[in-house]
Design a protein around this ligand. Structure first.
Ligand SMILES: Cc1ncc(COP(=O)(O)O)c(C=O)c1O
Length: 453
């Protein structure tokens, strides 16, 4: 990358207090005690790499946390954020506006399927999901169908950590303490089945019939009580679960037949991860609402959004003109820094063809990740776009520990950042990844897997 601000010596050790007390930071989704006993710290980033405080260069095979799609610290994005911070730090969007919010919305519509007409902003994927669920409930009410209050998610779905998101989500660990707070939620079965689909390249041929379960569930509850169905087109956080051929199309047919809104949670699949701007284009299925975050600003400034299909917004535009149509929003909805970052990010995506680059790299990526299938303990390899997963056999009585050890050894011994969930190693590099770096990721991982007990 030659456009990156080289104001920093990336490998220069960062002066950190080695004896720093780490107790005060309650780390999210982290084994706090384990981490604090052997910390994995990052201090700088550029392009495809992080640097540790002591100057080690780490190859980023997971785009931070599925978000830095344009690569790290890209100059146009960094400069746009800097300029905006000095121009206007904050502006309210409740009964007020600022030009960047409108500009960004128009820019986003340009890359969405033409059926979409409006953008509602949030600060995260979790907020985008809860906003989409609320929009769905309110939409039905505005149309005189207020009895549509039920929401349907899917087992092994991840939709963030708001009360709405965990309720429709299907991860037992997340739901355990607070997952039943929302009444009237049901779940589709997940589509992951190694007996039928192990080592499939791309979409599995088996499993579309699992979408028929939706017909059974809506019939059970009475279709006229269902507001929305929410799924990730490709489930990411629960270990890369790829939809069987025809599965999403069936969900669309069944929801349309019963007047139920279909929500695609594209927090991971949005912004080029599969080789199209959005999964909806990749799979040729147009939902009613789409949630995004992460790649919208390439992870630089927190931002999320809900895209609404034309007609949904219009349904709300009734009653006295001075009345508020949707009682929902966040102080930082369409924050100026996030808007500036998102516009600059879209420019980078466009200038470098990044929203479709994954399609070009996908064959190389597929071949590379599947070359790991003969490594010890590997029970599945799967891939789509620039996403890949290696599933390992769990150790007897200690599920999750084998992949977690792979993750820590990749970081400490191979200078490689991956992500694990259960016994699955997930990868989703920045979309600027070079073919030689794909090979490097796979070789580093191979060295870990061949020496892992
Ligand atoms: C599909 C999906 N939805 C929602 C979220 C939650 O996003 P956030 O962590 O920004 O709240 C995530 C995060 O990984 C996600 O993958």
């Amino acid at each position: 990358m030659n456009d990156i601000a080289r104001t920093k010596d990336l490998a220069q050790p960062v002066d950190i207090d080695a004896g720093q007390d780490m107790e005060a930071f309650w780390m999210p989704f982290t084994s706090n005690r384990h981490f604090k006993s052997a910390p994995r710290m990052l201090a700088r980033a550029e392009g495809m790499h992080y640097w540790t405080p002591d100057g080690r260069r780490i190859l980023d095979a997971v785009a931070g946390l599925w978000c830095t799609n344009a690569g790290h610290c890209r100059t146009p994005i960094v400069e746009a954020i800097q300029r905006q911070a000095a121009t206007m730090d904050f502006a309210p969007t409740f009964q007020m506006g600022h030009p960047l919010a409108f500009e960004l919305s128009n820019r986003l519509l340009e890359i969405l399927p033409p059926e979409f007409g409006q953008v509602f902003y949030t600060n995260s994927g979790s907020e985008a999901v809860d906003s989409a669920l609320k929009i769905a409930l309110a939409y039905h009410r505005m149309r005189g169908e207020g009895q549509r209050t039920r929401l349907i998610g899917r087992e092994r779905g991840y939709h963030g950590v708001g009360f709405g998101g965990i309720s429709v989500g299907g991860i037992a660990g997340n739901r355990k303490h607070f997952g039943s707070m929302l009444a009237g939620v049901d779940h589709l079965p997940h589509t992951h089945d190694l007996a039928h689909n192990a080592f499939t390249k791309g979409q599995p041929a088996w499993g579309a019939h699992l979408a028929d379960e939706l017909e059974r569930i809506v019939t059970l509850h009475d279709p006229s009580t269902i507001a929305a169905v929410i799924v990730e087109p490709v489930a990411g956080s629960t270990g890369v679960l790829i939809p069987p051929v025809g599965y999403l199309q069936k969900l669309r047919e069944i929801t349309a037949k019963h007047g139920i809104l279909l929500i695609f949670d594209e927090v991971i699949t949005g912004f080029g991860r599969l080789g199209s701007p959005f999964a909806s284009q990749h799979f040729g299925v147009v939902p009613d609402l789409v949630t995004v975050a992460k790649g919208i600003t390439s992870g630089t400034v927190p931002m999320g959004a809900v895209f609404a299909r034309r007609g949904i917004y219009e349904t709300f535009m009734q009653g006295p003109e001075k009345s508020i149509e949707l009682f929902h929003g966040y102080t930082y909805s369409a924050h100026p820094l996030a808007c500036a970052a998102a516009i600059a990010t879209l420019d980078v995506y466009q200038d470098e063809g990044l929203l479709t680059r994954a399609a070009t790299l996908a064959p190389h990526w597929e071949e590379a990740v599947h070359s790991l299938r003969d490594c010890p303990n590997v029970i599945d390899v799967r891939n789509i776009g620039l996403i890949g997963a290696i599933e390992l056999a769990p150790r007897a009585g200690a599920p999750g520990t084998r992949a977690f050890d792979a993750f820590t050894r990749a970081f400490h011994e191979q200078d490689l950042l991956v992500r694990t969930t259960g016994d699955i190693i997930a990868m989703s590099p920045p979309l600027i990844v070079q073919p030689s770096q794909i090979d490097e990721i796979v070789e580093k991982l191979r060295r870990v897997l061949t020496t892992l007990d």
